[in-house]
Design a protein around this ligand. Structure first.
Ligand code: HEC
Length: 194
């Protein structure tokens, strides 16, 4: 039979051991402590967003689909745009002679670089191989930024950036024909592969 003195010795030893182990735990923790990351996983360097903006817009074709521009377009206003922006270098009447640039009567749907008697630049002739004809899409891209479309073109024109004016202009060019091509529908077919 254990007396109380004996019990106290054993209890004291157990307690002492527990306290020692706890103390050891605190000490080792403070020596080998590795902080846990707030979020599990590795920190990766942030991806820079430098390619997200600006740059692309300068060379990309006009953002508004040409069918949308034409749906809202006014050919009468387009005639005024053509007079102001293009008539220095282009004639628009049927059988009119070339000026600095080729005559634009019938240009919509015409083969690119095909006006007889006009000396086109190699840049335009190169485009005619890949793009074939002046569709509304091709005209839209060219008129927005001539050198962007045909780098080296002789057409020294900075480009018509206004969507509204370009739409009106294209609607006007369409009327310069004995047999105007149909207006594109709201969802145009994807541009032919280059
Ligand atoms: C400073 C003179 C100049 C102005 C202004 C100008 N053009 Fe031109 N354009 C040219 C020349 C030169 C060419 C021939 C380009 C070549 O061979 O590289 C040309 C070619 C074109 C062609 C290709 C025709 C074909 O037969 O393949 C189109 C379409 C055209 N111009 C439309 C326009 C429109 C629309 C405007 C007005 C927004 C305009 N141009 C303003 C000089 C001009």
């Amino acid at each position: 039979m254990m007396d109380s003195f004996e019990f106290n010795k054993i209890a004291g030893a157990v307690l002492g051991t527990l306290l020692f182990l706890m103390g050891l735990g605190i000490v080792t923790d403070s020596i080998f402590h590795v902080p846990l990351p707030k979020v599990a996983g590795y920190d990766l360097p942030a991806v820079e967003a430098e390619h997200a903006g600006g740059g692309a817009a300068a060379t990309a074709p006009a953002a508004v689909p040409v069918a949308e521009l034409l749906a809202k377009a006014d050919p009468t206003k387009g005639a005024a745009v053509a007079k102001a922006q293009c008539s220095v270098c282009h004639n628009f009447e049927k059988d009119a002679p070339v000026k600095q640039g080729p005559t634009l009567f019938g240009v919509v749907g015409r083969h690119i670089g095909s006006m007889p008697g006009f000396a086109y630049s190699p840049a335009i002739l190169e485009r005619s191989k890949s793009d074939q004809t002046w569709t509304f899409e091709h005209l839209n891209t060219f008129v927005t930024n001539p050198r962007g479309y045909a780098n080296g073109t002789k057409m020294t024109f900075g480009g018509l950036k206004s969507d509204t004016q370009r739409g009106d202009l294209l609607a006007y060019l369409r009327t310069l024909s004995d047999n105007p091509v149909p207006l594109p529908t709201a969802a145009p077919a994807p541009a032919p592969a280059k």
